[in-house]
Design a protein around this ligand. Structure first.
Ligand code: HEC
Length: 282
């Protein structure tokens, strides 16, 4: 029993020491991103404000939140964010989305203190979100017969999309997971494991002819801060075959060079060889 008791005594001492540090923190000190604001944003905002999420920008990192520190106080104080349409009050609904007045006040204090970042050791791991279907693989996938283009600006649109359901037996719907189209999102990973995420939107989609996309515009045609390139893939009849042309348009010479060094030509050539391989097996 001896060693066990020693171990638990040690653990207790550690816990006590840890709490001591917490209590010692000055209650009047401004909240920091890492300790107070990140958990709040992760809990209440990240579900939409993450890369590839339904909101137009992410709020996962310090830089992302800092850039919008003032705007965050404005939209939370007006209760425009987090969005929640039902009127507040009785009866209370389960899982209401909203911040308490204390949480809203915390965001303001953080902003007014100059949005300090704080100790990186305090920062919790950001939440992870499923790629693609948020609720897991669906039992039935339906696609609207025609794309519906939602304007980037304007009032909310409430629209009924009529989608034929190819089922003959009775089915009960347990959950619906909506996936808007139009987002172009790829992440390239180098052999060393470095990631190059790229998010943008399609500009032109002509089946069997051309595919044009850019990262100069984000989904919903919002201008992006750091555009890198616009890409075109052209397919043309050539004799009995098809000519495939891939073009990358860059902002400047430096961008072109950077892309070349990332292996643009070689990589895309390889992708084409793989495509030809697939076609031959069909
Ligand atoms: C249910 C999804 C969702 C949640 C949750 C959410 N947002 Fe948003 N947020 C959006 C969308 C969508 C927009 C774009 C709205 C628009 O442009 O009209 C937006 C826009 C914003 C904007 C820009 C407002 C503007 O005037 O352009 C800010 C700032 C913001 N959100 C902060 C937050 C914060 C802070 C939280 C958490 C406390 C939060 N949001 C929670 C979906 C969400």
């Amino acid at each position: 029993m001896g060693p066990t008791r020693t171990a638990s005594a040690l653990a207790l001492a550690l816990v006590a020491g840890f709490q001591g540090v917490r209590v010692a923190a000055d209650p009047a000190a401004p909240p920091t991103f890492n300790r107070t604001i990140a958990p709040l944003l992760y809990r209440n905002c990240a579900v939409c404000h993450h890369p590839g999420g339904s909101a137009p920008f992410s709020l996962l990192t310090y830089q992302e939140a800092k850039k919008r520190d003032r705007q965050i106080t404005v939209v939370t104080e007006s209760r425009f964010m987090p969005p929640w349409l039902p009127e507040r009050g009785a009866p209370r609904l389960a899982r209401e989305r909203g911040l308490t007045s204390d949480e809203i006040a915390l965001l303001r204090r953080w902003y007014e203190a100059g949005a300090p970042e704080g100790d990186p050791a305090d920062r919790p791991a950001p939440p992870r979100f499923a790629e693609g279907w948020a609720l897991g693989a669906p039992d039935l996938e339906l696609e609207a017969p025609e794309a519906y283009v939602l304007p980037a600006e304007g009032r909310d649109v409430f629209r009924t999309l009529i989608i034929p359901i190819p089922t003959t037996s009775k089915r009960y719907v347990r959950a619906i997971d909506l996936r808007p189209g139009g987002i172009f999102r790829t992440t390239m990973r180098s052999p060393e494991g470095k990631e190059f995420p790229n998010i943008g939107c399609y500009l032109e989609v002509v089946p069997n002819e051309r595919l044009v996309w850019t990262d100069a515009l984000l989904p919903g045609y919002r201008p992006s801060e750091n555009p890198f390139f616009t890409a075109m893939i052209l397919l043309e009849t050539h004799g009995t075959g098809t000519r495939y042309t891939a073009i990358g348009l860059h902002r400047d010479e430096a961008g072109r060079k950077q892309h070349e060094e990332m292996g643009f030509q070689e990589g895309w050539g390889k992708a084409l060889d793989q495509l030809v391989g697939v076609a031959k097996r069909m």
